[in-house]
Ligand binder design. Structure first.
Ligand SMILES: [Zn+2]
Length: 508
């Protein structure tokens, strides 16, 4: 830690020694100590976008803080080794490398840290030169995930700040943690807060990757947490009720919340009592120039990404056609390939994606070698594959919507997997679907189905408002990239042969 901080510790120790010989009340004269907790969360994009965010700007902000404050603790609220395109090549190793460089202090495991399974998660943890917290995770031996810490103690002057980490138990449903399980949040928070206080912590901080409802629950219940530094929702939050504080720093390092915590000892009724108070600052990454050394490292990774995109991943044995009029007017082999990969990727009953999201606008001859760049060119928007639960009636409504503006070549036209649809081109919009089968059986309006689709239409994009009424099982912030899913699907077998096979058939 810094020189000035250790000097201050010496001053305090001297005061204590003096007090033994002079006046017993002297410790009250200990000067207050300020610690800056600087937090990022949900950062998987290493480069800046529109002049904000990215790791080089974060680095500049961290250096600025380290220059101005005695003690800075730099924390990360999780979701970082996935789902970027770069992570589909190195399973997130580049992120750990960059955080090692930035001298991150603490990272909590988010759901995305389990996207490549528990073994990769442990591998990434082993590469970190900082502490990784996963206090409520349980590996097969009943202990927190291998290589992670359950707690971490920092000292600032005479004070101790205890940290532990929480990962949303939802991770079991929205990622791939394998046999790793997650203990309930409130009980874990109580247990670890108590443990830290027993070990002498004056202040207890939870670094958490939990949803905002879970955050508020932890604030309102008697969780033992003084300061909660969270992630997962991509929200910019500062919350303080006079007793507890909760913050979250948006996403991608665009705006960071810093909590300057003043730690002090006051005398009340003849007793020495510890008190703390937070002051919040929001630091904007647009206010600094990117750190040059970090920007150079980022560029090395971006160059590597560009090379990796040109690596062949498999052969298309059949011809593919992603021309605009094709994907917005009827069934295509490439649309079938994409939706098959999406359906398999999230294990859904059916899949649907909008033609407007397939952008290559070209044809591929049968037998062509596909590269990752081909897939990236077809799916350039960074859309993710979400999983929804909806009724047969809602699915029918979505399909009607999909066929409603085919005359205009609208982007809403659906490619599907797991179902067959016949529709009438001449019928009025909204009454075009003739029949739908799912898994060979007629669609039941009352039954519920799971659907893989992209996060854009799931938010109501291209007019798919009906999807906003469905139950999200994997939402946009928990999902993996569509493009990565298709690359993995092609690479898994090395040969694909999608064809137009009567999934979407126009009659009259
Ligand atoms: Zn998350």
């Amino acid at each position: 830690m810094t020189l000035s901080r250790s000097l201050r510790q010496c001053v305090f120790t001297a005061a204590l020694i003096a007090s033994a010989f002079l006046i017993p009340a002297l410790p009250a004269a200990a000067e207050p100590v300020t610690v800056s907790l600087m937090h990022i969360n949900d950062l998987d994009r290493i480069e800046e976008s529109k002049g904000k965010g990215g790791i080089a700007r974060v680095m500049a902000l961290v250096q600025q803080e380290r220059a101005r404050a005695d003690t800075v603790i730099f924390t990360h609220g999780g979701d970082t080794i996935s789902p970027s395109l770069l992570s589909s090549f190195d399973k997130g190793a580049h992120m750990i490398d960059l955080y090692n460089e930035a001298e991150l202090d603490l990272l909590v495991m988010g759901n995305h840290e389990f996207d490549f399974g528990p073994e990769v998660a442990k591998q990434r943890v082993s590469e970190a030169r900082f502490t990784v917290l996963a206090s409520n995770s349980r590996d097969s031996d009943g202990e927190p995930l291998d290589g992670t810490a359950a707690t971490w103690m920092a000292e600032a002057g005479p004070y101790k700040i205890g940290f532990f980490g929480l990962t949303t138990p939802e991770t079991a449903d929205i990622s791939s943690p394998g046999t790793v399980t997650f203990e309930p949040l409130l009980q874990s928070a109580r247990d670890y807060s108590q443990q830290l206080r027993d070990e002498g912590a004056d202040l207890v901080v939870a670094v958490a990757h939990t949803g905002v409802e879970e955050d508020l629950m932890l604030m309102r219940a008697d969780s033992g947490i003084d300061i909660l530094m969270s992630g997962h929702d991509h929200l910019l939050v500062t919350y303080y009720d006079g007793q507890r504080a909760f913050i979250e720093s948006g996403s991608q390092g665009e705006q960071l919340v810093v909590v300057d915590v003043t730690l002090n000892t006051v005398e009340s009724r003849g007793q020495q009592r510890f008190v703390w108070e937070p002051a919040f600052r929001i630091v904007d990454s647009r206010s600094v120039e990117p750190d040059a050394a970090m920007a150079a490292k980022v560029q090395v990774y971006l160059d590597r990404l560009s090379e990796e995109l040109d690596v062949p991943i498999g052969t298309a044995l059949t011809a593919l056609d992603s021309r605009r009029a094709s994907v917005r007017g009827g069934e295509t082999a490439i649309g079938n390939l994409i939706t098959d990969a999406m359906r398999q990727g999230v294990e859904a009953d059916v899949a649907l994606t909008n033609g407007g999201g397939i952008r290559g606008d070209k044809t591929y001859d049968a037998g062509i070698t596909l590269t990752r760049r081909d897939i990236q060119t077809e799916l350039p928007f960074g859309n993710k594959t979400v999983k929804l639960e909806l009724t047969g009636a809602q699915l029918m409504q979505a399909l009607e919507h999909g066929f409603s503006k085919v005359e205009e070549g609208a982007g809403r036209f659906p490619s599907v997997s797991g179902m067959t649809v016949t529709w009438s081109r001449s019928a009025p919009a909204g009454q075009r679907v003739r029949s739908v089968t799912v898994g060979g059986k007629l669609l039941d309006p009352e039954a519920s189905y799971t659907l893989a689709t992209n996060d854009f239409v799931a938010r109501g994009g291209d007019g798919y408002a009906v999807f906003t009424e469905a139950v999200p099982l994997i939402d946009g912030i928990s999902a993996r990239l569509m493009a990565t899913m298709v690359m993995d699907f092609v690479a898994a077998t090395g040969e694909v042969s999608p064809k137009v096979e009567g999934r979407v058939t126009a009659v009259d």
